[in-house]
Design a protein around this ligand. Structure first.
Ligand SMILES: Cc1cc2nc3c(=O)[nH]c(=O)nc-3n(C[C@H](O)[C@H](O)[C@H](O)COP(=O)(O)OP(=O)(O)OC[C@H]3O[C@@H](n4cnc5c(N)ncnc54)[C@H](O)[C@@H]3O)c2cc1C
Length: 440
């Protein structure tokens, strides 16, 4: 009998699941429901589209032929109801799809700002292709924009607006940018980078209300009563997993869809992967949400494998990593490197972000140095490197990724790195050279 797989969502988690299913079962029926007209595209690439660095066509990794070769039927519609009893998914158009195995990979959605005037035309976000197109269209006409929020997305919007020569005011609610992950020096490097790119950075600025005429944004007002005229207010205060369908279907949910290490939900025939899945880490038993492309694909692969009945496979989170660009600086964040605490600019996790980054152990020592063109910070355990941030020159990024991911015992190097005025870069490079020569 042919197994019927229905996948809700058309992002990397669903695509990876489809590939894994097909790898095991050549005859399976795979139907992928996607609400977005744009279908499958690089969501992180939207930042580069906005910044005028790539054309829209560069964001589509799959052609129709690739879907045909994979044997996936794409259904452009919205899933509006899951009926676990009947093993069926109802679509917005009324049709019901029956499944043997179901994947929920609905991603995450931006948290809306909750101040008077938030419904006005000109309040924008960056979730998907439609938002990016809308931002580009508005940027061509707008003179001034205010950006609120934190994490990576807020600054990607800032960068995109500047590329369209829009004057940008960036609000920081407290005294510095991304305080839950970055050190004070890293925040200052980014803030200085913003200023050098013509952005006006406002500290201790909290958005209080949005003012306008005929339903259109004309200015914003801060809690301190300062008014800034603008045609656009961009909001990036975090995202939440899109778990409503799962919740309404009676599946166990926390912030996202609760899944075991096999990515199976509380219903044995329903799996979840990607941003929407709240996964329990096998080692720490901590439930973690990640909003990372590679993690979404990795979860999709495991879910698809298990859906197709391959020998049970567990998801191993590995070391979450993002290589991004903020205010013109290339930046890699990896492992457990942030001190956590409240990030006043965020109401949820950001895109391109992992909760794991904020979970630095109380026992770790942090060392930090500017080395030539790179700013490096390391979180050191007694004989290991647990996490790192590399800003600017990225030559240390790859060795550090490898050292952290493989939990390499760095032995006496940890003490050398802790020494006052240690040349972090040179020490890591020398260690890496020796190690690779040794393993060659
Ligand atoms: C601007 C931006 C920048 C980013 N930057 C980075 C980065 O630097 N690094 C990084 O690793 N990650 C980044 N991300 C995050 C990354 O793109 C996501 O983690 C990843 O796309 C999640 O994949 P997913 O398959 O879980 O869901 P998604 O890619 O979000 O796909 C889910 C799809 O499901 C659809 N859907 C939702 N509900 C339904 C329904 N009921 N019926 C049918 N379809 C539905 C949605 O419309 C969407 O198309 C960024 C994202 C954005 C938007």
């Amino acid at each position: 009998m042919v197994t019927r797989h229905v996948l809700i969502g058309s992002g990397p988690a669903s695509i990876a699941a489809a590939e894994a299913i097909r790898g095991i079962d050549a005859d399976a029926e795979i139907r992928m429901i996607g609400a977005e007209r744009a279908g499958y595209y690089s969501r992180p690439g939207l930042a580069y589209l906005l910044a005028k660095e790539v054309p829209e066509s560069a964001l589509f990794p799959f052609t129709r032929r690739d879907f045909d070769l994979l044997g996936v039927e794409q259904i452009h519609d919205r899933a509006v109801l899951i009926d676990p009893g009947k093993h069926a998914v109802r679509l917005g158009g009324g049709e019901a799809l029956v499944y043997d195995r179901l994947l929920i990979a609905t991603g995450s959605a931006a948290i809306p700002v909750n101040v008077p005037g938030a419904e006005m035309d000109g309040v924008v976000k960056l979730d998907d292709m439609d938002d990016a197109r809308d931002l580009i269209r508005r940027s061509r006409a707008a003179r001034t924009a205010v950006v609120v929020g934190g994490g990576i997305t807020a600054l990607e919007i800032v960068e995109g607006l500047r590329a369209h020569r829009v004057d940008v005011h960036y609000f920081i609610r407290k005294d510095r940018y991304w305080s839950s992950v970055f050190s004070e020096s890293e925040s200052r490097i980014v803030e200085e980078g913003l200023r050098s790119r013509g952005v006006t950075v406002h500290y201790f600025s909290e958005l209080a209300r949005i003012l306008g005429r005929d339903g259109r944004v004309e200015s914003v007002e801060t809690a301190a009563g300062e008014r800034i005229p603008c045609e656009m207010l961009a909001v990036a205060i975090g995202v939440l997993p899109r778990a409503e369908l799962a919740r309404e279907a009676g599946l166990a949910c926390g912030r996202g869809v609760l899944v075991d290490t096999h990515l199976r939900s509380s219903d044995p025939d329903i799996f979840a992967a990607g941003d929407v899945a709240e996964v329990s880490d096998a080692a720490t038993e901590r439930r973690t949400i990640e909003v990372l492309w590679n993690s979404a694909a990795a979860k999709g692969r495991v879910a698809g494998h298990n859906m197709a009945g391959g020998p049970a496979r567990a998801y191993e989170a590995g070391v979450p990593l993002n290589v991004t660009r903020l205010a013109g600086f290339r930046i890699t964040v990896m492992g457990t490197v942030g001190g956590g605490g409240e990030d006043a600019d965020m109401k949820g996790i950001a895109r391109g972000d992992s909760e794991t980054w904020r979970r630095r152990d109380a026992g770790t020592t942090v060392v930090e140095a500017q080395q030539g063109e790179a700013h490096v910070r390391l979180a050191l355990g007694p004989r290991s490197i647990e996490g790192a941030v590399v800003m600017g020159d990225q030559s240390l990024s790859f060795p550090l990724q490898e050292i952290i991911a493989a939990h390499v015992d760095v032995g006496p190097l940890a003490d050398e790195l802790r020494a006052p005025s240690a040349h972090l870069g040179e020490l890591i490079e020398a260690f890496w050279r020796d190690r690779t020569a040794h393993h060659a």
